[in-house]
Design a protein around this ligand. Structure first.
Ligand SMILES: Nc1ncnc2c1ncn2[C@@H]1O[C@H](COP(=O)(O)OP(=O)(O)OP(=O)(O)O)[C@@H](O)[C@H]1O
Length: 897
């Protein structure tokens, strides 16, 4: 599919040469040549960003705005469209969502400066930034509760592979070595909005990360030596050893990413934390198919509503929500880390009042990480400053609630968070917080350039400048009365606009009186009014402007000083922001657990999988909301201890009985437990799961040219090739997309392979009853089924898991419930009876008459003569009437016959 935003198509564009152009057009085309071809150029002209040529054509189409023309270039009209600067974020976000990148060409000087060089000179412009999906920082353009990552894939000639990624909005910067076959799963976990790769890997990257914008870069940008140099220079170190041991591929990926971020931030390079090399094996690997089908952070339709995270997220801050999403997308393999998270949640569950108090404080904390990044990038304003210091202050206040009660001491992870929040540990930071709180007005504006954010009383010099400005304004206001009195025109007004500054306005009929007066200088005649100025007004105007400018300059200086101090305190501020997010997740987990009765899981390094009373949090919520009844909790034991506790469980039962739900809820249980969260179960013991595979439901993958069956087989192959004894495998009805015997054989072989070779803990749902026999033959396999019973000819699902296989499949009953025509249901019942006879299926069907050759069963509606007979009461008939009725009945039966 090629879209307007397709980088390959964009990179093939050509723009005219500047020859023969107007000075402005020459400047535009020079900037256009400087900006990457796959980005649209927003060219600032006063209050508008204008787009020209092909940029205008594509943007007007994507934004649905008018495409006009502006003069000619080289004899051809120039296509143009524009968006107002004050509304630019809205248009930017639409273009970014449509997959475009935008280079912003700003005016680099005051137009007045340009005029000094001659009437025809053009205002200097330069590219200040390239806005791309993966490099956003503005709240308007970002989703608050989701990370916004940009990733880079490096594949060296040696076969070595690595991923690097960054979140410019909060400074995250990391890399990880991966095998070629692990790229897709890791990219799915990171869920980046933009992916860099070298030119040759463009197609591969779009297959690996189908939801991301792909940005191909020259192979030279992926040079690992250059990458290392760039990293050292950026982080100002002699050696990278202090940050970790990076492979060549990691250096290549990190270097390429840094290079691109420098380009896109044009001179204001993103402020990133020093790179972190994540060890492989630190997180449970969830294959992309499983991630999708388990609907962890979004549903198959792509919405957050209806996903696992939506059902369990009780965080109150956006950074808390992002941390929770991160933990769910990369469940930990580190037992100590998991215990820490569970300890923190447990503490908040036990200490309800403290939890409520903490959550109350968190509500005011906002998003300090993103405020900090914007401030460091020079894109932050006074509101960011105020929000950041409020968050730090709330963090400080929060500590007081955790009284030093030796009998109820918070666990280590909470203590660490409290330490990070303690301003007393960083007096510099404490001072900064105090000063920003004192110096800023209650509701500061978004942008510093507008001024008006420093509170009165903060610096005498600023107060004085403002006093002068305000005093002059008062004098101006007073002048209106003086002039009115002097001229005798009571309707005289003193007004202000950007062109004339202060002026006097009178109606046209009063103008003559002032025209002859030396004190008033005529400036402008309008349809109904005439405008004048006076030297006095001019002087006051200058005073006001001067004082205003001085005041603004002082405010900007104060703001800059704060910014510089923040830059130096970058690390402790980040630590405090992370601590707040961590406390939010812990308190939210406890809150959710209390609300739903979720329990603390026991996670260890065994191979156990023992769940009692497990529930599917999303299905349970859906049932609750629709009032359709309660969720039936079910246990699941896959610890391989033998007997009742097989390692591989075959799950049978009628359609709609709840097999898929059962499979999914157990996969989710492992994810939740290793994310360090409570689980929706009475109890759960789970031995670390290193990889989670799930083949649930048949989602067509037609976009990749794979049929349902092909997609299913590819995923099954991946499972049988990769799953090991620590894996958890969830397989739902594999083989059903092909002929019965093929399907059964494949399913059969898969079960045997999983049992003997992979030896993973596995749940295998199937409709092939023949498979249930395997439980007798394979020592670590067992059967369970979902109960259903027939009642008065209807099928009732109990959603209860019981030992042993299902007695039969009830497919025909389900079809009947779904409203299949009566004739088809009856026919299916007949066929089923024959198939279930002892003969081989082919023989059983041999003498079965074809459906079409059977006379359709007559509808059992009463005949007309029957109806008539019912109406007759023989006792009330005269002999004559009886004879008439007899004739009538005879006629009716002849007609219908
Ligand atoms: N444990 C449960 N308690 C209550 N209701 C449940 C339970 N499990 C499933 N259900 C309900 O039954 C419906 C069908 O469940 P599910 O899709 O898991 O069935 P299935 O056996 O996999 O069906 P099929 O074989 O047709 O895919 C669910 O949408 C849910 O409403």
């Amino acid at each position: 599919m090629t879209s307007h935003a397709d980088p390959t198509a964009l990179n093939a564009r050509a723009f005219p040469t500047p020859e023969g152009g107007t000075p402005m057009m020459v400047q535009f085309l020079e900037l256009r040549a400087e900006a990457p071809l796959d980005a649209l150029l927003f060219y600032r002209m006063g209050d508008f960003y204008e787009l020209f040529f092909d940029d205008a054509v594509r943007a007007s189409d994507a934004l649905d705005i008018a495409l006009t023309k502006r003069g000619e270039h080289q004899g051809e009209p120039v296509p143009m469209c524009g968006v107002p600067v004050h509304n630019a974020p809205v248009y930017l976000s639409r273009l970014i969502k449509a997959g475009f990148k935008v280079a912003v060409g700003e005016q680099m000087e005051d137009p007045a400066e340009a005029k000094k060089r001659g009437a025809k000179s053009v205002v200097k412009r330069g590219i200040t930034r390239i806005v791309t999906p993966g490099t956003l920082t503005e709240d308007d353009l970002l989703e608050a509760r989701a990370a916004n990552r940009i990733a880079a894939i490096a594949r060296l000639a040696t076969g070595e592979c690595a991923l690097s990624w960054a979140d410019v909005s909060d400074g995250e910067f990391a890399s990880m070595r991966v095998g070629n076959d692990g790229l897709e799963a890791e990219l799915a976990a990171l869920n980046p909005s933009e992916v860099l790769c070298c030119d040759e890997d463009g197609k591969l990257a779009s297959e690996l990360a189908p939801h991301a914008v792909i940005t191909p870069r020259a192979r030279a940008k992926f040079d690992s030596g250059a990458g290392e140099r760039r990293l050292k220079q950026r982080f100002n170190v002699q050696s990278l050893d202090g940050f970790g041991a990076f492979t060549k591929a990691e250096l290549s990926a990190l270097g390429a990413l840094l290079d691109y971020l420098e380009l896109s931030q044009a001179g204001a390079p993103a402020r990133l934390r020093p790179p972190l090399s994540l060890p492989s094996g630190a997180a449970m690997v969830i294959d992309p198919a499983a991630r999708m089908s388990l609907e962890i952070d979004r549903t198959l339709q792509g919405s957050r509503k209806g996903s696992l995270i939506d059902a369990i997220d009780r965080t109150l801050t956006a950074p808390g929500a992002r941390l929770l999403a991160d933990r769910l997308s990369r469940p930990s393999m580190n037992l100590a880390e998991i215990q820490d998270r569970l300890d923190a949640a447990h503490f908040f569950l036990e200490n309800r009042a403290l939890r409520e108090q903490t959550r109350e404080r968190l509500k005011a904390a906002g998003d300090p990480a993103r405020c900090l990044s914007r401030l460091l990038l020079g894109r932050g304003g006074p509101r960011d400053l105020a929000q950041l210091s409020r968050a730090l202050k709330e963090g400080e206040k929060l500590i007081a609630g955790f009284a030093k009660d030796p009998l109820n001491a918070p666990p280590a992870p909470i203590n660490r968070a409290l330490d990070a929040l303690s301003l007393a540990q960083t007096p510099e930071l404490a001072r900064l917080v105090q000063e920003t709180q004192q110096s800023l007005v209650a509701e500061p504006p978004l942008l510093a350039r507008d001024g008006g954010f420093v509170a009165p009383g903060w610096t005498p010099a600023l107060d004085e400048a403002r006093g002068l400005r305000d005093e002059s304004r008062r004098v101006v206001a007073g002048l209106q009365a003086t002039y009115a009195q002097h001229s005798g025109i009571s309707a005289l007004k003193v007004k202000h606009n950007n062109v004339l500054g202060y002026f006097i306005e009178v109606s046209a009929k009063n103008a003559d009186a002032l025209m002859g007066d030396q004190a008033f200088i005529h400036r402008q005649t309008m349809a109904n009014a005439v405008r004048f100025s006076t030297p006095e007004l001019g002087e006051l105007e200058a005073k006001i402007a001067q004082a205003g400018e001085r005041a603004l300059a002082m405010e900007l200086e104060i703001f800059d000083a704060f910014r510089t101090r923040i830059e130096a305190l970058d690390a402790p501020i980040r630590r405090a922001a992370e601590a707040l997010a961590g406390l939010d997740v812990a308190a939210a987990t406890a809150h959710w657990a209390e609300e739903t009765g979720a329990e603390r899981p026991q996670v260890d390094d065994s191979l156990a999988f023992d769940i009692e009373g497990g529930k599917h949090p999303v299905v349970e919520r859906a049932l609750e909301r629709s009032g359709e009844g309660r969720f039936t909790p079910n246990g699941c034991h896959l610890n391989g201890a033998g007997g009742d506790h097989p390692r591989l469980m075959l799950v049978t039962g009628p359609n709609m009985a709840g097999k898929s739900t059962f499979l999914r809820q157990n996969a989710l249980m492992a994810i939740l437990a290793q994310a360090g969260l409570y689980v929706p179960a009475k109890s759960a013991r789970i031995g670390l799961v290193d990889r989670l595979f799930s083949r649930v439901g048949a989602a067509d993958d037609l976009s990749r040219g794979r049929s349902t069956f092909m997609a299913e087989m590819i995923e099954t192959a991946a499972i049988l090739n990769q799953a090991g004894p620590r894996a958890l495998v969830i397989l739902d009805e594999i083989g059903r997309g092909t002929a019965t015997f093929d399907g059964l054989s494949i399913a059969w072989a898969a079960v045997e392979h999983l049992h003997a070779v992979n030896q993973s803990r596995a749940l295998f749902a199937t409709h092939y009853h023949e498979l249930t026999r395997l439980a007798d033959e394979l020592e670590a396999a067992g059967n369970c089924s979902l109960k259903a019973k027939e009642w008065k000819g209807d099928l009732i699902f109990l959603h209860e898991v019981q030992k042993g296989p299902a007695d039969r499949s009830y497919g025909v009953e389900v079809a009947k419930r779904a409203g299949l025509p009566q004739a088809a249901v009856k026919r299916a019942t007949d066929i089923l009876k024959r198939l279930e006879s002892d003969d081989a299926p082919a023989a059983a069907l041999a003498d079965l008459p074809l459906f079409s050759s059977l006379a359709p069963e007559p509808e059992s509606r009463p005949s007309a003569s029957d109806e008539r007979l019912k109406e007759i009461d023989p006792d009330s008939l005269t002999p004559r009437e009886a004879l008439d009725v007899l004739y009538a009945l005879k006629a009716l039966s002849q007609n219908s016959g």
